[in-house]
Design a protein around this ligand. Structure first.
Ligand code: C2E
Ligand code: CA
Ligand code: CA
Length: 750
């Protein structure tokens, strides 16, 4: 087993002590006695060298065994030389001073650490009580009065009391200044020294220092100190404990014992007729009557403090659980709770509760352009501004993302609600300076009002959300009030969605095909597939009446999937039936923005082509230009589709925001000029068509003119070099069954 430094010292001390016991009386024994004190001093000095922060403390402490060695040497020298010894003498001075420096050193170990007041008071109570006991035990024999030697002898136990006080403080201190075994060894040393000094004091200070039994107490004391000092210097104390203000059972019993000392001594005095002087008893009694209440006061104060801390901690936890960390606003769950409570109260009072749903516009753009840190700043600022726009008592919470919820209670009236909402719009719309740059956002606010508790909190929030959605779809930066029209509209929408789903499943949909012809020569170029719905009750429903609704959900993707499959299948059928007339004809399918954005489109197009056997070059996807602006994924999806060999046509060109200059960069092959341009008889409109055709050709795009209704329009297209045309004049959209039956579509071409 490897010994650490403290263990090695203990071994040395044990060997020296063994030698002391075995050595013959006289010089050898005295030599070992001095050697043990010196070894203890050296060990404490080593501790001073290793434990820099407590160097001074250990140096002071080291004087105790050092002085002891001097005292021992002095006595041994006198005895061995047969010289007379007077009491008190230099040895007494050394030993007594050593007791005091040891006590000072032990007390100084508390230095640099937060004083454990409870531990200090506890040790003071014990020390004061213990001192009285010692006093009675030691002084009683000397009722007749003390000579100088006796007085000095009694100074031993009394100075030891100071060591004891410091040691008790050391033991009771939390967190402990020293490692556990170091504390135990130092304290054990003090207790052994106390026993030795009591014996010595009781002897009147005349005991022979060569008396082995009696002397061993001191030697063990020094060995314990040496070990404790080295151990304290080399092994770190545990730091994980916090001071305990509570009075543990052990401390309570000790405190009671100390309190009982005074009545015990008085009883003894009376019973034995000791005639003890009253002053020390009165002093101890007075000290205790201060110390014990002080200790109790400390406990109750700490109890109060820790209760407060615990309450604060719990409040903190509750706050964290209920609030959004970024804005410190009530979070989604807490807002629901608050709204529920408000509505419950309002129901009983017959009042109204309103919810404003605030959805920031363009927030994603802030995140993309200025970074997420700036996005966070914008949210924090928006939160602060919204709160600033409210009346006292109104509550704002963060619903999540860039959405906030405001609870208005009591509701002043619809006009004031709109006023509050507009205040929010104004304040949120002001530019926000962030670390990443200037951000400008706006907000869409939806208002919903719960009258006489007909709806629940969840429904009210949903209504406000929907109103905000409507505000947003009207361009944002505005306020919408949820009303019955909106509710009915929503219900109608939900019903329509169900019907579309049902119609898709039961084959109520059909495609009509409108031909596109080459202007010069009139050859059939392609068909555009246009969807029709044979509603069981409403009859033929045009696409305008259900496509916009379907586009608000993923339903449009299901429709697109079906159209793709059906249109390619039909083209394959015509190709088989009429290879000469239809072998080179292409099929154009309208694709909605949401469908183009979905990742599955590429796969679905591939499957439609594979299932029908139509080559990719014979399929065209018609998209509108808004898709190109709104949908971030559109560009990549379009280039993937074109890589497949499918061509892309830009539908309704001229109605949106795309400028002619942008055509070059777009992922399209064909331009479809919107029918409104052809219809306008004005000269400017004609020239615009001319311009678009020229530009498209310049960028290598084909051009289809839509909505050709007269021969005159067709002639004009021929003159300006537009190569493809589509319109009622050339052929109306017709079901597949009508197309080959009527002997081919070229018949329609006047
Ligand atoms: P669009 O893609 O611009 O389709 C052209 C529309 O103009 C068709 O209306 C067609 O019947 C009509 N049209 C063709 N020639 C003339 C003409 O000479 N004069 C007039 N006044 N109109 C003409 P339709 O079939 O009612 O379709 C309306 C819109 O519905 C389409 O506009 C398209 O945006 C959408 N749509 C139709 N079918 C589908 C589809 O399968 N999927 C998707 N996503 N949208 C479709
Ligand atoms: Ca179209
Ligand atoms: Ca069109």
């Amino acid at each position: 087993m490897r010994l650490d430094a403290a263990g090695r010292y203990l071994l040395v001390a044990a060997v020296l002590l063994g030698c002391y016991w075995l050595a013959p009386a006289g010089a050898p024994r005295a030599a070992f006695q001095v050697a043990i004190s010196v070894s203890s001093m050296l060990a404490v000095l080593a501790a001073a060298a290793w434990d820099r922060p407590r160097r001074l403390t250990w140096l002071i402490f080291a004087t105790a065994p050092g002085l002891s060695a001097v005292g021992d040497g002095f006595m041994a020298w006198h005895q061995l030389r047969g010289l007379p010894v007077d009491y008190p003498n230099l040895a007494d001075a050394c030993w007594l001073t050593g007791n005091l420096t040891a006590a000072t050193g032990l007390a100084l170990l508390q230095r640099g650490k937060r004083v454990d007041a409870a531990g200090l008071l506890d040790s003071a109570v014990v020390t004061v009580g213990g001192a009285l006991v010692l006093w009675v035990a030691l002084f009683t024999p000397f009722q007749g009065g003390l000579d100088l030697a006796e007085t000095v002898g009694l100074l031993y136990p009394l100075t030891t009391i100071t060591m004891l006080a410091a040691a008790i403080w050391l033991v009771t201190s939390v967190p402990a200044p020293l490692e556990g075994r170091a504390t135990a060894a130092l304290t054990a040393g003090v207790l052994l020294g106390l026993v030795g000094n009591v014996i010595y004091g009781a002897s009147g200070g005349t005991l022979d220092p060569q008396h082995r039994w009696f002397e061993t107490f001191y030697l063990l004391m020094y060995a314990g100190w040496g070990f404790g000092a080295v151990r304290a210097a080399t092994v770190a104390a545990r730091q994980d404990m916090t001071p305990t203000w509570a009075i543990s059972p052990v401390r309570l019993v000790t405190m009671y014992a100390s309190l009982l000392v005074v009545p015990g001594v008085l009883f003894l005095d009376h019973a034995r007729d000791l005639r003890l002087p009253l002053l020390p008893i009165a002093v101890v009694s007075t000290l205790l009557s201060f110390l014990v209440p002080a200790r109790l006061w400390l406990s109750t104060r700490q109890l109060r403090v820790s209760t407060r801390q615990r309450d604060a901690y719990r409040d903190d936890l509750e706050h964290q659980a209920a609030h959004d960390p970024l804005t410190d606003l009530p979070n989604r769950a807490y807002i629901r709770e608050l709204l529920g409570a408000l509505m419950h109260r309002a129901r009983r009072g017959g009042e109204e509760v309103a919810v404003l749903f605030v959805d920031l516009d363009f927030f994603k753009r802030v995140n993309d352009r200025l970074g997420h840190a700036a996005g966070d700043e914008v949210l924090q600022t928006a939160a602060r501004r919204i709160r600033g726009a409210l009346r006292q008592g109104d509550i704002v919470g963060r619903q999540g993302g860039d959405e906030f919820v405001v609870l208005i209670d009591p509701v002043p009236g619809p006009a004031e609600l709109v006023e509050i909402a507009e205040r929010i719009l104004d304040t949120v719309g002001a530019p926000i300076m962030t670390a990443g740059g200037r951000a400008v956002i706006s907000a869409s606010v939806g208002i919903a009002l719960a009258r006489d508790g007909q709806i629940d909190a969840e429904q009210l929030l949903q209504d406000a959300d929907l109103a905000a959605y409507r505000a947003k779809s009207h361009g944002g930066g505005r306020v919408e009030m949820f009303d019955d029209a909106l509710r009915t509209g929503l219900q109608a929408r939900a019903r329509l969605e169900d019907e579309i789903r049902h119609g898709l499943a039961t084959g109520e949909f059909e495609l009509h095909y409108q031909p596109v012809f080459e202007v010069a020569g009139g050859r059939l170029h392609s068909y555009e597939a246009l969807i029709r719905w044979h509603h069981p009750e409403r009859g033929l429903v045009p696409p305008d009446q259900f496509i916009p609704t379907a586009e608000e959900s993923l339903l449009i993707c299901e429709i697109g999937r079906w159209v793709l499959a059906e249109a390619t299948r039909q083209l394959a059928v015509w190709t088989r039936q009429d290879p000469a007339g239809h072998g080179g004809v292409t099929m154009a399918v309208n694709i909605s923005a949401r469908h183009l954005a979905s990742r599955t489109l590429l796969e679905e197009v591939g499957r439609a082509l594979a299932d029908s056997g139509i080559p990719p070059a014979r399929l065209t996807l018609e998209i509108t230009e808004t898709v190109l602006l709104d949908e971030p994924a559109a560009d990549t999806h379009l280039s993937d589709l074109r890589a497949l060999g499918v061509s892309v046509s830009l539908d309704d060109f001229g109605t949106g925001y795309t400028s002619i200059g942008q055509l070059q960069k777009l992922q399209v092959d064909t331009l479809k000029i919107d029918q409104s341009f052809l219809r306008s008889g004005e000269e400017a409109g004609q020239q615009l068509v001319q311009l678009m055709v020229t530009a498209a050709h310049a960028f290598g795009l084909d051009v289809v003119a839509e909505g050709v209704e007269t021969q005159e329009q067709l002639d004009r297209l021929g003159r300006i070099g537009c190569e493809l045309a589509q319109g009622y004049y050339l052929g109306r959209p017709r079901p597949a069954r009508d197309i080959l039956v009527t002997g081919g579509v070229s018949a329609a071409n006047g």
